[in-house]
Design a protein around this ligand. Structure first.
Ligand code: PMT
Length: 422
């Protein structure tokens, strides 16, 4: 990447153009991305080529346009797979209702869908269509599916449409789309040089060789945080309780399925961490004794004595400044979220606490989405809607990176950790 020229310098961006009258705006978009130093490749659907000729894009980018999935490049590579692998980001603009539907269904019929489907790069979608098509339940459902895939949506705007009517559905203006791409890369490396520890999942406190006291935590929230931190350049350690999702690749995973095991792992990792996020649902109590033998059924009631588990995050909160990481806890509450979160923030010595609701219609546990409120000593900092957990994680890292930077002083950046590690 060409340092100092802005977030797009040297980035490989594939612009996928589909068949809409708004395809002409993709010409300005490609020019603007190129002006900012991005290396732009254009892929077109057959319908798009009827609105703008490939030659227009080729003249701007000095690179061949891909409009055929059967195309091979000079080295006889499959061109769309090569582009999919090389891309740092894919921008679908304009994205028609048809393209959005195909992507939501996983249908690969042309160069644009083939690249988007084959690539692991982030995808930005800028829809353009008639207002009726945009508001149709099928389109809205497909858009929601793309959001679930983690695609970033640049909302269509209200204005005059191709039909001559005024309504929602106009392609966002190229500067708006460029800003979304820049935002993506501006934060891409903001955790570089930092060691981030995230705990995820639930603990299981054994009663006997087969039974335990546990909870419904899936680990999705913690895994999303670990994955997002990895993508933003952090070295990530994931302390994994019992999780129903696979931990992300490229992070160091330490398994810790009881509260005591998690305590040991967290206390060992914390002094080497710049930031610790405790998203794990740690059992507050454990059976006083785990029976070595399976407890037999009897006619009598069974009394189980529970003893409190150590409060792990509170122990980290008490560490001396030189080794204490920037500390974020979660508060899982069924009621009085704000008051309970504020008390936990104070009592556990946290820098920030992320409040979320458990039980009821907004249940954070096990679900793919979450509605969180972040609290600091001065009160609530956010008012975010229900979002997919990956998007919650991105917003959390935006906020955490900013607060971390300020806590370490204006002269240091997040890319210069406060302590040198051996
Ligand atoms: O895993 P998912 O299905 O995606 O669900 C996510 C989640 C709801 C579990 C997650 O978002 C969440 O809220 N995690 C914290 C759950 C919890 O234990 O909350 P708490 O309010 O009981 O604990 C407050 C904080 O203290 C938490 O950061 C917790 O990790 C920590 N703690 C709790 C008990 C304990 N003995 N030691 C701790 O360190």
């Amino acid at each position: 990447m060409n340092e100092g020229l802005g977030p797009l310098a040297g980035r490989r961006i594939v612009v996928g153009v589909s068949g809409s009258i708004a395809a002409y705006k993709a010409v300005s978009l490609v020019r603007m991305l190129g002006d900012r130093g991005a290396v732009v490749d254009v892929a077109m659907t057959a319908a798009a080529t009827r609105f703008v000729g490939p030659l227009t894009f080729e003249s701007l980018t000095h690179r061949p346009v891909l409009d055929d999935v059967f195309e091979l490049d000079a080295e006889q590579q499959i061109a769309h797979i090569e582009l999919a692998e090389a891309a740092d980001a894919i921008v679908l603009a304009p994205a028609t209702a048809n393209l959005i539907g195909e992507l939501a269904a996983g249908l690969v019929g042309d160069a644009v869908t083939a690249i988007a489907c084959a690539s692991r790069a982030p995808v930005i979608v800028a829809p353009a269509m008639d207002a009726g098509m945009w508001t149709h339940p099928a389109t809205q459902r497909n858009v929601a599916t793309l959001r679930d895939f983690g695609y970033i949506l640049v909302e269509p705007e209200v204005g005059e449409l191709a039909s001559g009517l005024t309504g929602i559905g106009r392609l966002a203006e190229p500067p708006t789309i460029v800003a979304a791409v820049e935002h993506l890369f501006a934060r891409a490396g903001d955790l570089e040089g930092l060691h981030v520890v995230v705990s995820a999942g639930g603990t299981r406190e054994p009663l006997d060789p087969v039974r335990f006291i546990g909870n419904r935590s899936s680990g999705k929230m913690g895994a999303a945080l670990a994955e997002a931190a990895r993508d933003r350049g952090a070295a990530v350690t994931l302390i994994a309780g019992v999780m129903s999702v696979t931990p992300p690749r490229g992070v160091t995973v330490i398994e810790a399925t009881t509260a005591h095991a998690m305590r040991e792992s967290v206390l060992r990792a914390a002094p080497n961490a710049d930031i610790l996020v405790m998203a794990a649902a740690v059992a507050d109590f454990a059976p006083a004794r785990a029976s070595q033998r399976k407890i037999k059924r009897s006619g009598d009631t069974l009394q189980i004595e529970l003893v409190p588990n150590p409060d792990i995050v509170a122990e980290v909160g008490e560490m001396p400044d030189e080794v204490r990481p920037f500390l974020i806890g979660f508060a899982a509450e069924s009621n009085d979220l704000e008051a309970n979160a504020a008390a936990k923030l104070r009592d556990k010595g946290l820098d920030l606490i992320v409040g979320n609701v458990v039980g009821g219609p907004f249940d954070a546990i096990g679900s793919d989405e979450n509605k969180v409120t972040v609290f600091a000593a001065e009160g609530a900092l956010t008012d975010w809607p229900m979002l997919p957990k990956r998007q919650v994680a991105e917003r959390l890292w935006d906020l955490i990176a900013d607060r971390y930077r300020h806590s370490r002083g204006a002269t240091e950046s997040t890319t210069s950790p406060r302590r040198r590690r051996s």
